[in-house]
Design a protein around this ligand. Structure first.
Ligand code: ADP
Ligand code: MG
Length: 224
Protein backbone atom coordinates (compact mmCIF):
# COMPACT_ATOMS: atom_id res chain seq x y z
CA UNK A 1 0.00 0.00 0.00
CA UNK A 2 1.43 3.34 -0.96
CA UNK A 3 1.49 6.29 1.41
CA UNK A 4 -1.21 8.26 -0.38
CA UNK A 5 -4.39 7.02 -1.97
CA UNK A 6 -4.32 9.80 -4.57
CA UNK A 7 -1.53 12.07 -5.75
CA UNK A 8 -1.94 14.68 -8.44
CA UNK A 9 1.41 15.88 -9.76
CA UNK A 10 1.76 19.11 -11.73
CA UNK A 11 -1.48 18.59 -13.64
CA UNK A 12 -1.98 20.78 -16.69
CA UNK A 13 -5.04 21.05 -18.89
CA UNK A 14 -5.69 23.57 -21.64
CA UNK A 15 -8.85 23.67 -23.73
CA UNK A 16 -8.23 24.75 -27.30
CA UNK A 17 -10.88 26.07 -29.64
CA UNK A 18 -11.13 28.29 -32.70
CA UNK A 19 -10.86 31.43 -30.57
CA UNK A 20 -7.73 30.30 -28.79
CA UNK A 21 -6.63 28.44 -25.71
CA UNK A 22 -7.95 28.44 -22.14
CA UNK A 23 -5.58 27.06 -19.53
CA UNK A 24 -7.68 25.67 -16.69
CA UNK A 25 -5.07 23.69 -14.76
CA UNK A 26 -1.49 24.83 -14.59
CA UNK A 27 0.55 22.72 -12.19
CA UNK A 28 -2.15 21.49 -9.82
CA UNK A 29 -0.74 19.36 -6.99
CA UNK A 30 -2.62 17.36 -4.37
CA UNK A 31 -2.14 14.41 -2.05
CA UNK A 32 -5.07 12.66 -0.42
CA UNK A 33 -4.78 10.06 2.33
CA UNK A 34 -7.01 7.04 2.81
CA UNK A 35 -10.31 7.96 4.42
CA UNK A 36 -9.66 11.69 4.18
CA UNK A 37 -12.53 13.96 3.14
CA UNK A 38 -11.42 17.08 1.31
CA UNK A 39 -13.39 20.00 -0.06
CA UNK A 40 -12.38 21.32 -3.48
CA UNK A 41 -13.44 24.93 -3.37
CA UNK A 42 -13.57 27.47 -6.16
CA UNK A 43 -16.09 29.65 -7.95
CA UNK A 44 -17.90 28.36 -11.00
CA UNK A 45 -15.70 28.17 -14.09
CA UNK A 46 -12.46 27.66 -12.14
CA UNK A 47 -11.81 24.09 -13.27
CA UNK A 48 -13.26 21.94 -10.46
CA UNK A 49 -15.02 19.59 -12.87
CA UNK A 50 -11.93 19.40 -15.05
CA UNK A 51 -9.81 18.42 -12.06
CA UNK A 52 -12.29 15.77 -10.89
CA UNK A 53 -12.55 14.26 -14.36
CA UNK A 54 -8.77 13.94 -14.51
CA UNK A 55 -8.58 12.49 -10.98
CA UNK A 56 -11.38 10.06 -11.87
CA UNK A 57 -9.55 8.85 -14.99
CA UNK A 58 -12.42 10.02 -17.17
CA UNK A 59 -10.06 12.32 -19.08
CA UNK A 60 -6.32 12.63 -19.49
CA UNK A 61 -4.16 15.63 -18.56
CA UNK A 62 -1.97 17.43 -21.11
CA UNK A 63 0.89 17.06 -18.66
CA UNK A 64 1.43 15.84 -15.13
CA UNK A 65 0.36 12.64 -13.44
CA UNK A 66 -2.56 11.06 -11.62
CA UNK A 67 -1.23 8.46 -9.19
CA UNK A 68 -3.68 6.15 -7.47
CA UNK A 69 -2.42 3.87 -4.71
CA UNK A 70 1.10 4.33 -5.99
CA UNK A 71 0.39 3.52 -9.64
CA UNK A 72 0.69 6.16 -12.34
CA UNK A 73 -2.52 5.98 -14.39
CA UNK A 74 -0.78 7.70 -17.30
CA UNK A 75 1.40 4.64 -17.81
CA UNK A 76 -1.55 2.26 -18.15
CA UNK A 77 -3.35 1.18 -21.31
CA UNK A 78 -7.08 1.88 -21.64
CA UNK A 79 -8.18 -1.49 -20.26
CA UNK A 80 -5.95 -1.12 -17.20
CA UNK A 81 -7.17 2.45 -16.65
CA UNK A 82 -10.76 1.25 -16.77
CA UNK A 83 -9.99 -1.55 -14.33
CA UNK A 84 -8.31 0.95 -12.02
CA UNK A 85 -11.31 3.27 -12.21
CA UNK A 86 -13.73 0.44 -11.39
CA UNK A 87 -11.63 -0.74 -8.49
CA UNK A 88 -10.88 2.57 -6.82
CA UNK A 89 -13.30 5.27 -7.84
CA UNK A 90 -16.93 6.21 -7.37
CA UNK A 91 -18.17 9.36 -9.12
CA UNK A 92 -21.16 11.55 -8.27
CA UNK A 93 -22.30 14.23 -10.72
CA UNK A 94 -24.23 17.38 -9.94
CA UNK A 95 -27.15 15.93 -11.88
CA UNK A 96 -27.96 12.36 -10.78
CA UNK A 97 -27.71 10.57 -14.18
CA UNK A 98 -29.79 7.65 -12.92
CA UNK A 99 -31.14 5.21 -15.50
CA UNK A 100 -34.82 6.14 -15.84
CA UNK A 101 -36.09 2.64 -16.72
CA UNK A 102 -34.54 1.00 -13.67
CA UNK A 103 -35.60 1.13 -10.02
CA UNK A 104 -33.54 2.77 -7.30
CA UNK A 105 -32.31 -0.67 -6.22
CA UNK A 106 -31.42 -1.71 -9.76
CA UNK A 107 -29.54 1.53 -10.38
CA UNK A 108 -27.31 0.66 -7.42
CA UNK A 109 -27.02 -3.04 -8.28
CA UNK A 110 -26.12 -2.66 -11.97
CA UNK A 111 -22.56 -1.35 -11.45
CA UNK A 112 -21.93 -4.18 -8.99
CA UNK A 113 -23.10 -6.78 -11.50
CA UNK A 114 -20.89 -5.16 -14.15
CA UNK A 115 -18.05 -5.72 -11.68
CA UNK A 116 -18.94 -9.41 -11.43
CA UNK A 117 -21.01 -9.53 -8.23
CA UNK A 118 -24.04 -11.86 -8.30
CA UNK A 119 -27.48 -10.25 -8.42
CA UNK A 120 -28.36 -11.57 -4.95
CA UNK A 121 -25.27 -10.12 -3.33
CA UNK A 122 -25.55 -6.89 -5.30
CA UNK A 123 -29.13 -6.40 -4.13
CA UNK A 124 -28.07 -7.02 -0.52
CA UNK A 125 -25.43 -4.32 -0.77
CA UNK A 126 -27.89 -1.98 -2.52
CA UNK A 127 -30.43 -2.44 0.28
CA UNK A 128 -27.74 -1.79 2.88
CA UNK A 129 -26.89 1.49 1.15
CA UNK A 130 -30.54 2.46 0.66
CA UNK A 131 -31.06 1.89 4.40
CA UNK A 132 -28.08 4.10 5.23
CA UNK A 133 -29.73 6.87 3.21
CA UNK A 134 -33.16 6.24 4.73
CA UNK A 135 -34.53 5.06 1.39
CA UNK A 136 -35.32 1.39 2.04
CA UNK A 137 -39.00 2.05 1.33
CA UNK A 138 -38.11 3.56 -2.06
CA UNK A 139 -36.12 0.59 -3.35
CA UNK A 140 -38.59 -0.37 -6.06
CA UNK A 141 -39.36 3.17 -7.22
CA UNK A 142 -38.28 4.42 -10.61
CA UNK A 143 -36.23 7.65 -10.53
CA UNK A 144 -39.20 9.57 -11.93
CA UNK A 145 -41.10 8.80 -8.72
CA UNK A 146 -38.35 10.09 -6.44
CA UNK A 147 -37.80 13.64 -5.21
CA UNK A 148 -34.65 15.53 -6.22
CA UNK A 149 -32.99 14.83 -2.89
CA UNK A 150 -33.91 11.14 -3.08
CA UNK A 151 -32.52 10.83 -6.60
CA UNK A 152 -29.26 12.37 -5.50
CA UNK A 153 -29.07 10.01 -2.50
CA UNK A 154 -29.50 7.06 -4.87
CA UNK A 155 -26.78 8.46 -7.13
CA UNK A 156 -24.44 8.72 -4.13
CA UNK A 157 -25.33 5.17 -3.07
CA UNK A 158 -24.62 3.96 -6.60
CA UNK A 159 -21.20 5.61 -6.54
CA UNK A 160 -20.43 3.79 -3.27
CA UNK A 161 -21.85 0.44 -4.40
CA UNK A 162 -18.53 -1.18 -5.30
CA UNK A 163 -16.79 0.02 -2.12
CA UNK A 164 -14.51 2.51 -3.85
CA UNK A 165 -11.50 3.79 -1.91
CA UNK A 166 -12.16 7.23 -3.35
CA UNK A 167 -15.40 9.08 -3.92
CA UNK A 168 -15.22 12.02 -6.31
CA UNK A 169 -18.25 14.25 -6.13
CA UNK A 170 -18.88 17.22 -8.40
CA UNK A 171 -21.14 19.64 -6.52
CA UNK A 172 -23.26 16.67 -5.49
CA UNK A 173 -26.00 18.76 -3.91
CA UNK A 174 -25.68 21.73 -6.25
CA UNK A 175 -29.06 21.12 -7.88
CA UNK A 176 -31.01 20.89 -4.62
CA UNK A 177 -32.70 23.59 -2.55
CA UNK A 178 -30.72 24.80 0.47
CA UNK A 179 -32.53 22.72 3.10
CA UNK A 180 -32.41 19.50 1.09
CA UNK A 181 -28.81 20.18 0.10
CA UNK A 182 -27.84 20.46 3.76
CA UNK A 183 -29.54 17.21 4.71
CA UNK A 184 -28.23 15.19 1.76
CA UNK A 185 -24.75 16.58 2.28
CA UNK A 186 -24.78 15.62 5.97
CA UNK A 187 -25.86 12.08 5.02
CA UNK A 188 -23.20 11.89 2.34
CA UNK A 189 -20.49 12.79 4.86
CA UNK A 190 -21.90 10.39 7.44
CA UNK A 191 -22.04 7.44 5.04
CA UNK A 192 -18.63 8.16 3.52
CA UNK A 193 -17.13 8.28 7.03
CA UNK A 194 -18.91 5.09 8.06
CA UNK A 195 -17.50 3.31 4.99
CA UNK A 196 -14.02 4.82 5.51
CA UNK A 197 -14.02 6.11 1.95
CA UNK A 198 -11.76 9.02 1.01
CA UNK A 199 -13.58 11.81 -0.79
CA UNK A 200 -12.80 14.85 -2.88
CA UNK A 201 -15.93 16.94 -3.08
CA UNK A 202 -16.25 20.03 -5.23
CA UNK A 203 -18.39 22.82 -3.90
CA UNK A 204 -18.57 26.58 -4.06
CA UNK A 205 -20.48 26.63 -0.78
CA UNK A 206 -18.17 27.57 2.16
CA UNK A 207 -20.61 26.16 4.75
CA UNK A 208 -20.48 22.72 3.14
CA UNK A 209 -16.70 22.95 2.74
CA UNK A 210 -16.28 23.73 6.44
CA UNK A 211 -17.75 20.35 7.39
CA UNK A 212 -14.97 18.39 5.70
CA UNK A 213 -11.56 17.40 7.10
CA UNK A 214 -9.65 19.82 4.92
CA UNK A 215 -10.25 22.44 2.29
CA UNK A 216 -8.22 23.08 -0.83
CA UNK A 217 -8.77 26.03 -3.10
CA UNK A 218 -8.38 25.97 -6.86
CA UNK A 219 -7.13 29.31 -8.12
CA UNK A 220 -5.48 30.21 -11.41
CA UNK A 221 -4.94 26.57 -12.25
CA UNK A 222 -3.28 25.60 -9.00
CA UNK A 223 -4.36 24.05 -5.73
CA UNK A 224 -3.49 25.59 -2.39
P1 ADP B 1 -15.99 24.41 -12.74
O1 ADP B 1 -16.38 22.99 -12.57
O2 ADP B 1 -15.17 24.95 -11.61
O3 ADP B 1 -17.17 25.29 -12.98
P2 ADP B 1 -14.93 23.57 -15.33
O4 ADP B 1 -13.81 22.61 -15.12
O5 ADP B 1 -16.23 23.01 -15.72
O6 ADP B 1 -15.05 24.52 -14.03
O7 ADP B 1 -14.51 24.61 -16.45
C1 ADP B 1 -13.38 25.46 -16.33
C2 ADP B 1 -13.31 26.33 -17.58
O8 ADP B 1 -13.01 25.52 -18.70
C3 ADP B 1 -14.59 27.06 -17.91
O9 ADP B 1 -14.26 28.34 -18.41
C4 ADP B 1 -15.23 26.19 -18.97
O10 ADP B 1 -16.02 26.96 -19.82
C5 ADP B 1 -14.02 25.64 -19.68
N1 ADP B 1 -14.27 24.29 -20.24
C6 ADP B 1 -14.65 23.20 -19.54
N2 ADP B 1 -14.74 22.12 -20.34
C7 ADP B 1 -14.42 22.54 -21.60
C8 ADP B 1 -14.33 21.90 -22.86
N3 ADP B 1 -14.59 20.59 -23.01
N4 ADP B 1 -13.95 22.66 -23.92
C9 ADP B 1 -13.67 23.96 -23.78
N5 ADP B 1 -13.73 24.63 -22.62
C10 ADP B 1 -14.11 23.94 -21.52
MG1 MG C 1 -18.22 22.09 -12.50
Amino acid sequence: MSEYLLSLKALCRTYRSGEGALTVLNGAELTLSRGEIVALVAPSGSGKSTLLHLAGLLEKPDAGAVIIDGRNAGELNDAARTAMRLKYIGFVYQFHHLLAEFTALENISIPQMVAGVTQTRANQRSMELLEKFGLAARASHLPGKLSGGEKQRVAIARALANNPSLLLADEPTGNLDVTTSNIVFEELLHVVRSENTAALIATHNPDLAARMDRRIVLREGRLA
